[in-house]
Design a protein around this ligand. Structure first.
Ligand code: SF4
Length: 322
């Protein structure tokens, strides 16, 4: 097909998109650990929810496991993923004298500390989040069983019965939909006027900013693609936010070869963004696939600049400086 025969397509690129500071830090921890301690380095759970990132680190010498039982005895380091772990995990590592590095995002650790503080004050905690997500398992695992009640939906927020309605606090998963969470928080405040909570919610800056730009883009798009993995909570939320904001044809795509071209018919304006664990190289791959088929005009929709970065664990700071 010659250039002139290609149909034209405007692509709106969301900004900010893709990697957040917690993901950058987690990947750097694995790479620096490989440099400093040599291969193999073990990683408990996908370091961040993205197959491309995981496979890249595997090629460099990382071995991914789900539980510490899979780890052979010896002196190999083990790294805990960005999502955080229940307290029982570092405790088990210490018991086996394992050397571990914690890549938990500092914004997740902050929620762990909030939960501890509430618990020390004798408050029962409501956690707004999704059952089974590693972050939720990690946060709930900071405290004894029963100290935290998980609430996933407005219906559950309406119906759960706390131990003592005057001694309640709430925390949230960091990667939720800002709007859906607000609805649940409003229900909690109505039912329990004394409930203690964070100033807004614990939803992190990266999740908030990526949703904000999607809200801006979606009404202009015939179709919107979120580059990200199905097990990435913040990527899934971006698809939901895009649909609610006016772009019914919004979907997740992991790699360019997954694009269902039969669904692209009639699209004049396409939105592209990426979840916090999706590398920019995958976004570029998707744009390139559209360039092969369309005469593309790119436009950036930027709602905010980000300049967040987090410190590395002490053990690796020197390696990073070198
Ligand atoms: Fe941290 Fe937010 Fe990134 Fe999760 S999405 S790793 S909480 S900055």
């Amino acid at each position: 097909m010659s250039v002139s025969e290609k149909p034209s397509l405007t692509i709106l690129m969301g900004a900010p998109r893709g990697f957040c500071a917690g993901v950058v830090r987690a990947i750097e921890i694995v790479e620096l650990a490989l440099e400093r301690y040599g291969a193999p380095v073990y990683v408990r759970h996908e370091i961040v929810h993205n197959r491309y990132v995981v496979e890249d680190l595997e090629r460099k010498g990382a071995i991914f496991i789900e539980e510490l039982d899979e780890l052979p005895d010896g002196d190999r380091p083990v790294i805990f993923s960005a999502h955080g772990v229940p307290k029982s995990v570092p405790a088990a590592a210490r018991q086996r004298n394992l050397f571990y590095l914690d890549a938990t995002c500092p914004l997740v650790s902050k929620v762990h500390m909030e939960a501890e503080r509430h618990h020390e004050r004798g408050l029962q905690i409501v956690m707004i989040g999704h059952a089974g997500h590693p972050e939720v398992i990690g946060t709930m695992g900071q405290l004894p069983e029963g100290a935290i009640i998980l609430v996933e939906t407005p219906e559950e927020a309406e119906s759960f019965e706390p131990r003592d309605s005057s001694k309640l606090a709430y925390i949230t998963q960091t990667t939720l939909s800002v709007d859906d969470t607000r609805e649940i928080v409003e229900i909690l405040h109505r039912r329990f006027p004394n409930i203690v909570g964070p100033h807004k919610a614990d939803i992190c800056y990266a999740t908030t900013n990526r949703q904000e730009v999607v809200k801006e883009m979606a009404p202009r798009c015939d179709m919107l693609l979120v580059v990200g993995a199905p097990n990435s909570s913040n990527s899934q939320r971006l698809v939901e936010v895009a649909k609610k904001s006016g772009c019914a044809r919004s979907m997740l795509v992991q790699r360019a070869h997954e694009i269902d071209w039969s669904k692209v018919g009639g699209v004049r304006t396409l939105g592209i963004t990426a979840g916090a664990s999706a590398p920019e190289v995958l976004v570029e791959e998707v744009v390139a696939a559209f360039r092969e088929r369309f005469e593309v005009a790119l436009e950036t929709i930027e709602t905010r600049k980000e300049n967040v970065s987090f410190k590395l664990p002490r053990e690796l700071r020197q390696a990073a400086a070198q």
